[in-house]
Ligand binder design. Structure first.
Ligand SMILES: Nc1ncnc2c1ncn2[C@@H]1O[C@H](COP(=O)(O)OP(=O)(O)O)[C@@H](O)[C@H]1O
Ligand SMILES: [Mg+2]
Length: 592
């Protein structure tokens, strides 16, 4: 817990958040530093023999040459321990509410607030005993942090040895010593409910595991057509107003992760305010409790410099890894990584680095890759299983996906939910394009799906995807020669696709029933539409007309089923399916 503050140099030149330092004595790369008498927080990001470059996470107005620069003797780190869940942090893990209480409306500069509450006592229940040999990542005990989150207190990753002492069950602050470890070299190490970890360094695990369980989101177009595995990586690219934030928020609400880390990264001020005011009010549909009880928010307020935005991504992912190491499934939403990349660009420009495509630094792809690499399904150091799923929104200028951030991101993710401007304009939400989007996880998770909802699922999904692609070709014909030129069998394909888009793909986030569909509901809905398609084409082959198929009474039930059938009682869907089969039997009977 001790920081060795010392002077490491003096300010030479100030360029916004970027400060050159001269007369460096000893300092380390990525060291946490304080600048000037106000102690503005910064990080050392470039180190030469006797000079260095610092990025400062606060407004640098008033800093002057020869001001002292202090080093903290440790890298820019996050505090990990009870008290994170439900908190709203800024990009370098300062708790925004506590800061607001101290500094009125504007965040005072140089304000020093610990990330974790120092006074609060947590009830710690040990699960090991004195004399035990423990190793990095092992669980020492637990703290019930919220109703939803049992916080496991872990031995810091690099430590191992014999537990010389351990407190008994009771209430402790994050700074109370809970254990003393006798290490191999017979040195002692004190352990606390909290630990620190440098944000730019991946936390270690034993190994990567296969990703064969989907992250269920309750969003039909995602779960059924473009599923993501727990531990997977997703990119949501979309122009302004196409639904990136809505999609991220729907996932934050509904997905079946244990912990949600939502990084509001440099989007317009009012969007972040929305998140800050909306989220605490939201209720977890499963537990009936506030969603904040499993959520950590990171918000970059507009009065913070771009450097904090650059750091926020790493702050968030490090917290995610820490919960993963406890054996939890964590979902990280970053909205938007384009703003993060723009922060990189601005900082790089101020450092006078050679720009690459569209002014972004040449290391943009490396940074994007490093970020997404921190996702994964892992065997933890304590041989448990945990995962970090990353869902990053990208906001390409003008909605043009050929720009560098979208293109580079695409190289490192395996699931792509492309938001389509035309769909959004037509108020088809979620505006996820079924033609441009893809998921490379399908093969990994299909057996999970089949086990849950039956073997038919995969065949149904394949069939509907084929129809959606067939529709594109048919639409081209229609454009040239009009719909009348198509035979009924082909016009019926168009009919089925329209039904599928309206009755299945469109999902209203504001409708109480429709906002979330269980996988069972999704599978049954899909099967009903595919059955309508299969039996309908059969009927047409036998001579039935399109009009008759369209006029079936059950057609209206199918069109409305997403709104009428509750997740808790799917018997209504079975009835619709039975009615559909009967109607088709009757229709076919007319044409034998
Ligand atoms: N699933 C949805 N259901 C209903 N409305 C939606 C949905 N997705 C997006 N919208 C509408 O689109 C608007 C813009 O979405 P938003 O997520 O803010 O876009 P972006 O973040 O891409 O700029 C929302 O205010 C909402 O009216
Ligand atoms: Mg948005």
């Amino acid at each position: 817990m001790i920081m060795n503050e010392r002077i490491i140099g003096q300010v030479k030149r100030i360029n916004g958040p970027v400060i050159e330092v001269m007369g460096i004595t000893d300092a380390e790369m990525f060291e946490l530093v304080w600048v000037g008498r106000e102690h503005l927080i910064g990080e050392l990001i470039k180190l030469d023999k006797d000079s260095a470059v610092i990025q400062v996470y606060e407004d640098t107005t008033g800093i002057a040459p020869y001001d002292p620069v202090y080093g903290a003797g440790m890298q820019l780190s996050v505090e990990l321990g009870p008290g994170m869940v439900g908190t709203i942090y800024d990009g370098i893990q300062r708790p925004l509410e506590t800061i607001r209480e101290i500094s009125d409306i504007y965040i005072q500069r140089g304000i020093s607030v610990p990330s974790l509450n120092r006074g609060k006592k947590w009830h710690f229940v040990p699960t090991v005993k004195e004399g035990d040999t423990v190793f990095g990542g092992m669980v020492l005990g637990t703290v019930r942090e919220t109703e939803n989150v049992l916080h496991k207190i872990l031995v810091p990753p690099k430590d191992h040895g014999i537990l010389e002492s351990l407190v008994s069950e009771g209430d402790y602050t994050v700074e109370d010593v809970i254990a003393v470890l006798r290490m191999k070299d017979s040195q002692q190490k004190t352990l606390f409910l909290m630990q620190r970890w440098p944000i730019r360094v991946q936390r270690p695990t034993k190994k990567r595991l296969a990703m064969d369980i989907p992250l269920i989101t309750g969003q039909r177009v995602i779960d059924t057509l473009f599923p993501v595995a727990k531990g997977g990586t997703v990119c949501i690219p979309g122009g302004f107003g196409t639904g990136k934030t809505m999609t991220q928020q729907a996932l934050a609400k509904w997905c079946d992760a244990d912990i949600i880390i939502y990084i509001g990264c440099g989007e317009r001020g009012n969007e972040i305010t929305d998140v800050l005011t909306e989220f605490p009010k939201l209720v977890d549909p499963r537990s009936g409790r506030s969603l904040m009880e499993r959520t950590i928010l990171i918000a970059n307020t507009s009065n913070m410099p771009v450097s904090a935005r650059e750091a926020s991504i790493y702050t968030g992912i490090t917290m995610a890894e820490y919960f993963r190491d406890q054996g939890y499934h964590v979902a990280v939403m970053a909205d938007s990584t384009s703003r993060w990349a723009e922060a990189l660009r601005e900082l790089s420009g101020r450092m006078e680095e050679m720009p690459a495509e569209e002014g972004f630094p040449a290391y943009l792809p490396t940074r994007v890759a490093e970020f997404y690499e921190r996702a994964g399904s892992m065997e933890t150091l304590s041989s448990d299983q945990g995962s970090v799923t990353i869902i990053g929104a990208v906001s390409p200028p003008g909605g043009d996906f050929s720009e560098p951030v979208t293109q580079h991101t695409k190289r490192f993710i395996r699931c792509f939910w492309a938001l389509d401007r035309n769909l959004a304009n037509a108020r088809h939400y979620p505006a996820i394009s079924w033609l441009e989007s893809y998921s490379e996880y399908l093969g990994d998770i299909e057996s999970w799906w089949s086990e849950q909802v039956g073997q038919e699922w995969l065949a149904d999904r394949t069939e509907i995807m084929e129809l959606l692609h067939k529709e594109v070709r048919l639409q081209q014909v229609v454009k040239l020669v009009g719909p009348d030129a198509l035979p009924d069998s082909q016009r019926f394909v168009l009919e089925v696709c329209t039904l599928f888009k309206n009755a299945f793909l469109q999902q209203n986030a504001y409708d109480k029933i429709d906002t979330f569909s269980t996988i069972q509901k999704q599978a049954k809905m899909l099967h009903i539409i595919v059955t309508y398609s299969r039996r309908g084409s059969e009927a047409i082959r036998k001579g039935a007309t399109l009009i008759k198929l369209r006029k079936m009474k059950v057609y209206q039930d199918i069109a409305k089923m997403k709104f009428t059938i509750h997740n808790e009682d799917l018997s209504g869907l079975d009835k619709i399916e039975a009615r559909l089969e009967r109607s088709m039997d009757q229709l076919e009977a007319l044409h034998v």
